[in-house]
Design a protein around this ligand. Structure first.
Ligand code: ADP
Ligand code: ADP
Length: 224
């Protein structure tokens, strides 16, 4: 079952006099249940690819299809609605709200969506348990370790039960041992919730544990 597809996607930036081509007829398919590693050097276009796939940026040409819906010609409002429902993002830095607890941070997207507070908190607590940090529920981000902060960020990204998780160096700030444990938890969560994920990483050990590895070459997405 195809969840996300990129079809002949192009993305160019203009830098002064120069036209920089990042994606040039990029084709990609992500299936339900799959975890795919995106491995490429800095500046290759990983963030551009993730933001285009996640409907944060529009391609200059080509189409992004999410759960069978062609998103190219949709309005910004439609794209935002789909992104909020069906896409979860995780970054190298957690971007948690500092004045709220771990539990509240995770419950936030569901409250915004209109879920009853009790339900949102129950789901947040369950996600904290899945991420093995149930005991940290009432701590604020500053009171958590780097690995714990990323676990909370991952739980928040999937709080609204998206179809796809897009992660940009989610363990990039962590030491290798912590990175491996955080990845364990993320993998368990993805597998358990039937998600699929595209994860940019420089960590070859983690890339090796995913179902497939792809890279960017001449603006195309190719298997490694
Ligand atoms: P990566 O995530 O692999 O490091 P990016 O997608 O962030 O790569 O960037 C790819 C290239 O595109 C880089 O050379 C970057 O400088 C350039 N770039 C990214 N965003 C913009 C932008 N908004 N305007 C101009 N150039 C950009
Ligand atoms: P908006 O900022 O338009 O209200 P949402 O709150 O609906 O967007 O965000 C949906 C998802 O997209 C969230 O996971 C959020 O973290 C991510 N997101 C929103 N805007 C950006 C951005 N400018 N850069 C990176 N991620 C973003």
């Amino acid at each position: 079952e195809v969840v996300l597809a990129l079809k002949r996607v192009e993305r160019h930036y203009v830098q002064g006099e120069k036209k920089l081509t990042i994606l040039n007829g990029a084709e990609f398919v992500l299936h339900r249940g799959e975890m795919v590693a995106l491995v490429a050097p800095s500046g290759a276009g990983k963030s551009t690819l993730l933001h285009t796939a996640g409907l944060l940026e529009r391609p200059d040409a080509g189409e992004v299809v999410l759960a069978g819906r062609q998103c190219g010609k949709m309005s910004d409002e439609q794209r935002t609605a789909i992104r909020r429902n069906d896409v979860g993002f995780v970054y190298q830095f957690h971007h948690l709200l500092p004045e709220f607890s771990a539990l509240e941070n995770i419950a936030m997207p569901q409250l915004i969506k209109g879920l009853a507070p009790k339900e949102a908190k129950n789901r947040a607590a369950q996600l904290l348990d899945y991420m093995k940090i149930g005991k940290r529920a009432h701590h604020r981000p500053a009171e958590l370790s780097g690995g714990e902060q990323q676990r909370v960020a991952i739980a928040r990204a999937v709080a609204n039960a998206p179809l796809v998780l897009l992660a940009d160096e989610p363990t990039g700030n962590l030491d290798p041992v912590t990175a491996s444990y955080v990845f364990d938890a993320m993998e368990a969560l993805v597998r358990q919730s039937g998600l699929c994920a595209l994860i940019a990483t420089h960590n070859h050990e983690l890339a090796a544990r995913m179902n497939r590895r792809v890279t960017l070459q001449d603006g195309k997405i190719v298997d490694l």
